[in-house]
Design a protein around this ligand. Structure first.
Ligand code: HEC
Length: 195
């Protein structure tokens, strides 16, 4: 099961990396009506990703505490993202301060990440849409840090959690956040409908 999940996640990643490169030259703010349909499809695909992540983390926190939840995050997050990536839409999460380097932003996301990073919390755009060429759209929306997130992404992380993070993510940069900070982005690449 795990191997299959990882393969699917890797395939999804490769697809997005390849597609991102092709569209880079054409990346510019989207303005036509097709954008509305892309936003609807992006948000519909992101919903199960958000819900699945929340469910996996809260169940793991309740059953085994935050240390167990870290492993669940690592194993389940890519699978949930791969499962939510259907119908010509690929979804994921990214950040300027990554825990897992596999969540690095595609080229089209980098300037959007920078723009959100510079915006004051109450001036963050609800979402951003760009065209990626060949009729595809890129969609992004901010992820804010909540109280529960600081257990694993905050400044005062319990020693047991710290140890687990150091073991699984030796290059972890995703700590030091306070509630309300921008943690990163949910993103979607919206292509032609495939099913
Ligand atoms: C139990 C610990 C834990 C909690 C609580 C937690 N996270 Fe994470 N977070 C992780 C782990 C572990 C990863 C790496 C997942 C992976 O390997 O894909 C991660 C990755 C992420 C990423 C992907 C980008 C990156 O740095 O790799 C985002 C965005 C994120 N978390 C946001 C949040 C938000 C927002 C909350 C609160 C709603 C939250 N996290 C709560 C452990 C946690």
């Amino acid at each position: 099961m795990k191997r299959l999940g990882a393969a699917a996640a890797a395939a999804a990643l490769m697809w997005t990396v390849g597609a991102g490169c092709k569209g880079d030259d054409a990346a510019k703010p989207a303005s036509d009506d097709a954008q509305a349909g892309a936003v609807t499809r992006a948000q519909a695909a992101l919903k199960p990703l958000k819900q699945g992540l929340m469910k996996a983390v809260s169940e793991a926190m309740a059953n085994g505490g935050p240390e167990a939840a870290i492993a669940v995050c690592r194993d389940e997050a890519p699978k949930i993202a791969a499962a939510a990536s259907t119908g010509g839409v690929v979804v994921g999460r990214t950040s300027a301060k990554l825990r897992n380097p596999k969540n690095a932003p595609q080229a089209w996301l980098a300037p959007i990440l920078a723009e959100y990073g510079e915006a004051a919390p109450d001036a963050r755009p609800v979402h951003k849409v760009v065209t990626l060429g060949e009729g595809r759209f890129g969609y992004a929306e901010p992820i804010a840090v909540g109280d529960v997130c600081t257990k694993c992404h905050g400044t005062d992380i319990a020693p047991g959690i710290q140890a687990k993070l150091a073991e699984l993510y030796p290059e972890d940069k995703a700590t030091g956040y306070a509630s309300g900070d921008l943690r990163g982005l949910f993103w979607a690449e919206v292509g032609p409908v495939t099913d």
